[in-house]
Design a protein around this ligand. Structure first.
Ligand code: SF4
Length: 464
């Protein structure tokens, strides 16, 4: 079988001046996996912005032709205008250079219909169950098993279930600065099934796949030695899996870091479900070098959490986790969804009071941006559509708020944000001194405005 020549492309997924030095470790792993399998593969990393990268069109026009582009699309945050711009580039690549485009990653799967209808992709690497549900624009089911592109799609599908060592990567793949934040993978998928989430979209068979921690730490040691990198972020959506697995993995991480001689030399961020954490596992994670835990708090309203978001979160346990993490020197960063289609003024007042008690500073989002991000293929997308509250067109999903008072406040908050915060944020860059102080001051001003408005409007609604 002839092996197609492959360009692995990781596009710029965020446009603001932040996350400039993040490295998409999954793209590194795909590149390592393809090279190990005998493909002539080149990595074009535009996600990392610490140095200039060629455009996709320029890379395809330069030198020996490529047969296939593998586009790594992973974060749902990119769904919207940014993904549309990426889709334009991919469509032009297919038309102008005759390449086959394979979409890879959870976003590629959840946005498969949009991408296919736009003429941006030929194939999507996905669980078989999803691939059969695609609308027909894709040729997933039509290729012969000995077709070289099908072989590549199959290879990428198998890659999802295994760990790929990075130690075959060469100089051309590793042109990064030592201050980069490198993502590494030590599990795939999530045991939870939040109704708004598409991060399980590409996992064959669903569920959670436990990848070996020691192998991930071997990659970390390799990247530390080759790049001088000291900051690593596990891309795992659900680092722990279950409480026993999390305890075991925390112990393994601590031991592997120590055995690799990296104790004190590297730090980690993890995304983790609080239910999987105990005091003992948090302390082991802290000893391993975990300094930040990203936790999906999402709401302090149990009804919103359980009925609307399908999220089983024990709020008392969450408070315990935060207290232990504080004591262990681990910063808890929470994601939060204040605005959803069924929000009300009393609901806002309760959420704001609970958020105040939890610590507003633990939630990095502006409240104007603390919104349900609707992405295709999710349960909540269907529910909002069924309720007649969804605005949809290609590369666009937005919800309307059913309650007029909450909708009016949301509109006013968006105006406040557009007038006061957006012009400042657009001009900021993570390298500027005082940048986080400036953002903090804006968040404080927004919080004061919002809490005052909620109080006033509730009083008016109650007493006239
Ligand atoms: S816990 Fe996080 S990754 Fe898991 S389903 Fe919910 S939102 Fe998705």
């Amino acid at each position: 079988m002839t092996y197609p020549r492959v360009l692995v492309w990781t596009p710029t997924l965020y446009e603001l001046g932040f996350k400039q030095h993040h490295i998409d470790g999954e793209a590194l792993a795909v590149q390592a996996s393809l090279q190990a399998a005998g493909y002539d593969s080149v990595l074009l990393d535009a996600y990392y912005r610490g140095r200039p990268a060629a455009s996709l069109a320029a890379a395809l026009a330069d030198g020996e032709p490529f047969d296939v582009v593998v586009a790594h699309l992973f974060t749902s945050d990119t769904y919207g205008p940014r993904l549309r711009a990426i889709a334009d580039e991919l469509r032009d690549a297919r038309r102008g250079h005759g390449v086959t485009v394979i979409g890879f990653g959870p976003l590629a799967v959840s946005a498969a219909d949009d991408l296919a209808a736009h003429g941006a992709v030929d194939e999507i690497v996905a669980a078989a169950a999803y691939a059969t549900a695609l609308p027909g624009q894709l040729s997933v089911a039509r290729r012969r098993s000995d077709d070289p592109v099908q072989a590549l799609v199959d290879h990428l599908g198998r890659h999802l279930a295994v760990h790929t060592p990075l130690d075959n990567l060469g100089e051309a793949d590793l042109g990064y600065r030592p201050d980069a934040v490198v993502s590494v993978t030590a599990s795939r998928g999530c045991r939870s099934r939040c109704k708004f989430c598409a991060y399980n979209a590409d996992l064959p068979g669903g569920g959670w796949v436990d990848l070996p921690i020691r192998a991930a730490v071997a990659d970390i040691a390799f990247l530390h030695q080759r790049l001088g990198a000291t900051a690593f972020a596990f891309t795992d959506s659900d680092f722990g899996g279950t409480q026993p697995d999390c305890t075991r993995r925390a112990a393994e991480l601590r031991a592997a870091v120590r055995d690799a001689g990296l104790s004190g030399a590297v730090t980690f961020a993890i995304s983790v479900r609080p239910e999987t954490l105990t005091a003992a596992s948090i302390e082991m994670l802290a000893e391993a070098g975990v300094r930040t835990m990203l936790i999906g708090v999402e709401s302090f309203n149990p009804d919103t959490l359980h009925r609307l978001y399908g999220k089983r979160q024990d709020l008392a346990h969450l408070q315990h986790v935060v207290a232990v993490a504080d004591a262990a020197g681990v910063t808890v960063v929470g994601s939060y969804i204040l605005w959803h289609p069924w929000q009300t003024l009393p609901g806002l007042a309760a959420e704001i009071a609970a958020l105040d008690e939890f610590g507003r500073y633990r939630v990095p989002q502006f409240m104007a941006r603390s919104r349900l991000h609707v992405v295709p293929g999710t349960v909540i997308e269907r529910q909002i559509r069924n309720a007649g509250l969804l605005d949809e067109r290609p590369f666009h999903r937005a919800f309307r708020i059913a309650d007029p008072a909450a909708a009016a406040l949301n509109a006013d908050l968006q105006h406040w944000f557009t007038t006061n915060a957006a012009p400042v944020i657009d001009g900021l860059h993570e390298r500027q001194p005082e940048v986080f102080h400036q953002i903090g001051a804006l968040k404080t001003a927004e919080w004061a405005w919002l809490t005052g408005q909620v109080t006033d409007r509730l009083q008016t609604a109650t007493h006239g």
